[in-house]
Design a binder for this molecule. Structure first.
Ligand code: CP3
Length: 344
C-alpha cells in the first residue's frame, strides 16, 4: 500500500530526496508575530496546548508562511507530567515549573487517566491531518523518559540536571521505576498520535548530553529502545525520529540500539561524523539556531556546509535545536529558499 507522497516519509524510508525536505524544531513559536498574537488570546501556555482550535492554528502558522515539508503538532513534552497531576505551570520569564517528585511520589504514580487528559491534544492531531496540505507530513512527538524525568525531579529546568543525576545515584530503584513508567505511558501517547494521523513521531531527549557513559546507556538508550519496541509491536509501520541532544560519540550505536528510523543531530556534531552516521540511515539536523539569528553570510555558510556533507544521502534538513525567539522571520524565509534551491 502506498500513501500520499510526503518527502519526509520518503527520507524516513531511507531514500535520498534532493533537495532535502525541511522543517524546524520549535517552528511554531515566539519568533512569529502571529504566534505571539494567538498566545495572548489563549491565556496560559497549557490552555494553548489543550484548545484544539488554537493549537491547530499555531501549528499551521509556520506552514502557511514557509511551506515547510512537515508540521509538528503544537504541544509540549511537559503535558505528560501535567497529565500525571504534577501541577505544571509555565511562568513567564522563568520557564516551566511543577511539584518536584520524590520516592513516594514515584511509588504513587498512576497512568490510567493520562490519555483521557491528553484527548484534546489527540483531537488536534486529527484535525491537523484534515487541514494540512496533502504533501505536508504531520509529526507527533513526546519527550524521552530521561528528559521528562529531569523536570519532574527538579521541579523546574536546570543548566546541568544535577538534581536528577543525584537522585538517580541515590535512589536507583525508584529512578528506574520512573523511567520505565514514563516509557510505557509515552509509548501509549505516541501510538494515539499515530492513530490520529501523525506520519512520524519524534522523541526529544534534550538533556541526553549531561549523562556519563553508563548513564547514557541506562537512562537514554534503554527507555527509548523500550518505547520504540512497544510502539512497533503495536504499529509495525510507525516512523520514529530520536533526537538525543549533546550525545556526541554516544550516537555511534544509538540508532542500532534504539531502532529509531532517523536520528536527530545537534549542531555540535561534526559533519564528518554526521556523514558516518548517515551511512547507517537517515539523519536530521543540524544548523546552529544562532546562525538563523545572525542571518546573512553565517546563515548561508552553515546551510551550505550541511548540504555539501549530507545532501547526497537521506537527510531531513533541520536546526540542531529549537529556533529561538530572537530569530528574524525573514531569515527563515532565506533559509528555506536556500535549501530548496540547492542542487537545482
Ligand atoms: O513548534 C514546535 O516545535 C512544536 C511545539 C513544541 C514546544 N515545545 C512548544 C513550546 C515542542 C516540540 C516542544 C518540546 C519541548 N518542550 C522540549 C524538547 C525540545 C527542546 O527544546 O529541547 C523541552 C525541553 C520542552 C520544555 C519547555 N517548554 C521549556 C523548557 C519551555 C520554556 C522555555 C521557553 O522557550 O519559554 C517550554 C515552553 C514552550 N514550549 C514554548 C513553546 C512555543 C514557549 C512558551 C510560550 O509561548 O510562552
Amino acid at each position: 500500500m502506498t500513501g500520499p507522497y510526503r518527502k519526509i516519509v520518503e527520507v524516513l524510508n531511507g531514500k535520498t530526496v534532493a533537495p532535502p525536505p525541511i522543517w524546524l524544531m520549535r517552528q511554531a513559536g515566539r519568533y512569529l508575530p502571529e504566534y505571539r498574537e494567538t498566545r495572548v488570546k489563549a491565556g496560559s501556555f497549557l490552555d494553548l496546548c489543550y484548545t484544539p482550535d488554537l493549537a491547530v492554528e499555531v501549528t499551521l502558522q509556520p506552514i502557511r508562511r514557509y511551506g515547510f515539508d512537515a508540521a509538528i503538532l503544537f504541544s509540549d513534552i511537559l503535558v505528560i507530567p501535567d497529565a500525571l497531576k504534577r501541577n505544571v505551570r509555565f511562568v513567564q520569564g522563568e520557564g516551566p515549573q511543577m511539584d518536584p517528585i520524590d520516592v513516594s511520589g514515584i511509588g504513587n504514580l498512576e497512568g490510567e487517566s493520562v490519555l483521557g487528559h491528553l484527548a484534546p491534544v489527540i483531537e488536534t492531531v486529527g484535525r491537523l491531518r484534515q487541514e494540512l496540505p496533502e504533501e505536508t507530513a504531520l509529526l507527533g512527538f513526546c519527550g524521552a523518559p530521561w528528559t521528562v524525568a529531569t523536570y519532574m525531579i527538579a521541579g523546574h529546568g536546570t543548566p546541568d540536571q544535577a538534581p536528577a543525576r543525584l537522585f538517580a545515584y541515590r535512589h536507583p530503584e525508584a529512578f528506574e521505576k520512573l523511567l520505565s513508567f514514563l516509557a510505557e505511558i509515552s509509548a501509549e501517547y505516541l501510538i494515539a498520535q499515530i492513530d490520529a494521523g501523525a506520519d512520524a513521531v519524534q522523541i526529544f531527549d534534550s538533556w541526553a548530553g549531561v549523562l556519563g557513559e553508563r548513564e547514557f546507556e541506562n537512562f537514554a538508550v534503554k527507555p527509548v529502545a523500550r518505547m520504540i519496541e512497544i510502539v512497533r509491536s503495536r504499529r509495525p509501520q510507525a516512523k520514529i525520529i530520536a533526537f538525543a541532544k549533546g550525545a556526541g560519540l554516544n550516537l555511534l550505536h544509538y540508532r542500532q540500539k534504539t531502532k529509531a528510523d532517523a536520528i536527530g543531530l545537534d549542531w555540535s556534531v561534526p559533519l564528518f561524523f554526521a556523514a558516518e552516521l548517515q551511512k547507517d540511515g537517515p539523519v536530521q539536523g543540524n544548523l546552529d539556531p544562532m546562525r538563523v539569528v545572525a542571518g546573512g553570510r553565517s546563515l548561508e555558510e552553515g546551510i551550505d556546509a550541511i548540504l555539501d556533507k549530507l545532501g547526497n544521502g537521506p537527510l531531513i534538513f533541520n536546526l540542531g535545536h529549537g529556533i529561538t525567539p530572537e530569530a528574524d522571520p525573514e531569515n527563515v524565509t532565506a533559509l528555506v529558499r536556500r535549501v530548496r534551491e540547492a542542487g537545482v
